[in-house]
Ligand binder design. Structure first.
Ligand code: SF4
Length: 500
């Protein structure tokens, strides 16, 4: 009896119960072969990569996902989204097909691309698993990315990829298809004769999109899907698996807290979603050779984003700015390339009601500190604080009464925001309506980009037409210094040639 009962236990299951062995087992590191371009990301990566690769790969993917999200927020059509995303994908996350290699085999370069795609997906899973909102946004953006790539894939390779997934789609038999022929044709738009299609049966919950648009015949809990709707089925499967995986990842997250190398990187990444601040490097805002002096700031302010325009206008009106406004503005000016000496001149001239002594004792030190000219060693080595990103301005330290720092899209009432936009020349009712909608949905940087695109519509059209700028030069702005630089450069690129 005992022996019989013992035998009922599957020997494989018994092996997994040996927790002692498991605990001290050497982890197995596996190099993936990546036979397919596409990936359902079912198997986590296990090979080693450097910390730099860990961070850089994740940042590159984040850049793409943030743009995909921005396109959907701005209601871009699939064709517009494709035009926007394609060059970014080429730059940050290329993924070539097997046919692109001359031998047709998976070359080292293809493997590298696929490895980066694979690892960056899993790193961002860790970064975005913590809250339901982040998980939802991540799954949405990843699904759009997958769909985009799926549609672009070589048809033979796509077929091989689908076959490799072992999806349990049950083929409809010849007999059943004949029996249901009329119902299938009546319920499926675009199908004239049931026998012209290959049909699959799947649980109806797995193709909610098709059921919702009444594009399939449903019977006894099964949806009858023609092969032409394969895209919907694959996408639904991708989303469902990723949602489940994100749930599991979120439960495993607390264990990661102990890893003090990864946790700060992951926290930083998750905060950057939608405003990809980690992508900005300080030098990016500087326009080489531009005449950036204290005397030119008034003229240059036409290129400033609304947050900095507001600070500049308030400064000119009151001849003073409070501490956080000064800090936000000083760092921005430093970021556009204003030297420390010129910056001191700028503030000195702006604070008209103060004597030199008052200015020197109350304000000069802070400006020098922001530039890293004084302060502790670390501050000096790092050349002071970096200019604030939209992410930081939007989320840190909201302005109180009498303060002017922050982002007007976020920190102003809608009436005050509209008045400020109109005062700076934004008078198009369609744009103002769009801004109002963005702000209501808390998409502040999208509102800012909307205004930028409207204000520079003629220049953007020109540089696109004459091919001097590509779509990657016009990605979503997530930093005030990028706003300045892009505005300034667009003006230069489209200026009529001088007559002398
Ligand atoms: Fe400034 Fe960014 Fe706000 Fe635009 S979105 S106004 S650049 S903080």
């Amino acid at each position: 009896m005992i022996r019989q009962g013992f035998q009922r236990i599957d020997p494989k299951r018994r092996a997994t119960l040996d927790h002692k062995k498991k605990q001290f087992a050497t982890p197995t590191y596996k190099q993936h072969d990546y036979p397919h371009r596409l990936n359902f990301y079912d198997v986590p990566p296990t090979a080693e990569i450097t910390l730099e690769q860990f961070e850089q790969w994740a940042i590159d993917r984040l850049k793409v996902l943030a743009e995909i999200e921005a396109c959907s927020y701005r209601n871009k059509t699939p064709a517009e989204t494709e035009a926007h995303i394609e060059p970014l994908l080429k730059k940050y996350l290329p993924l070539s097909s097997n046919t692109s290699s001359t031998s047709g085999a998976v070359s080292q370069q293809l493997k590298n691309e696929r490895q980066k795609d694979h690892y960056s997906h899993f790193i961002l899973r860790l970064a975005f698993a913590a809250t339901e909102d982040l998980r939802r946004r991540f799954v949405r953006a990843e699904t759009m990315l997958f769909k985009f790539r799926f549609q672009k894939d070589d048809s033979k390779e796509r077929r091989a990829f689908i076959d490799s997934l072992n999806l349990d789609w049950e083929p409809v038999t010849e007999e059943e298809r004949q029996r249901l022929g009329e119902q299938l044709t009546n319920a499926t738009p675009g199908v004239r004769r049931a026998e012209e299609e290959t049909w699959y049966k799947v649980d109806w919950e797995r193709v909610p999109e098709l059921v919702e648009r009444r594009a399939v015949f449903v019977s006894k809990g099964k949806a009858y899907v023609p092969s032409r709707e394969q895209l919907s089925m694959v996408i639904a499967e991708f989303t469902a698996r990723l949602e489940r995986a994100m749930e599991l990842t979120s439960r495993a997250l607390p264990r990661l807290d102990e890893d003090d190398r990864l946790t700060p990187i992951l926290n930083h990444l998750s905060k950057s979603f939608g405003s990809a601040e980690s992508v900005y490097s300080e030098k990016e805002g500087v326009v080489e050779g531009a005449p950036i002096t204290a005397a030119s700031i008034d003229t240059l302010s036409q290129h400033f984003p609304l947050c900095m325009r507001n600070l500049h206008m308030t400064l000119r009106k009151n001849n003073h700015l409070k501490h956080f406004g000064r800090l936000q503005y000083t760092l921005f000016l430093k970021g556009i390339g204003l030297s420390l000496d010129e910056c001191i001149i700028f503030w000195r001239q702006a604070f008209k009601g103060f004597t030199d002594d008052e200015f020197n004792s109350r304000y000069r030190y802070n400006i020098r500190h922001a530039y890293g000219d004084v302060g502790g060693d670390a501050n000096r080595r790092n050349r002071g604080y970096p200019p604030f990103s939209c992410q930081k301005i939007l989320n840190d330290n909201a302005p109180g009464t009498g303060q002017t720092h922050g982002c007007p899209y976020r920190h102003f009432s809608i009436d005050n925001l509209t008045a400020l936009l109109q005062a700076t020349g934004v008078n198009d009712s369609e744009v103002l309506r769009g801004v109002r909608e963005d702000v209501e949905k808390n998409r502040f940087h999208i509102a800012c980009n909307r205004v930028f695109e409207w204000a520079h519509r003629n220049e953007i059209k020109k540089v696109k037409e004459n091919g001097t700028w590509s779509q990657t030069d016009l990605d979503t702005i997530v930093h005030p210094n990028t706003y300045f630089k892009r505005s300034f450069m667009l003006k230069q690129a489209t200026k009529a040639p001088s007559q002398d």
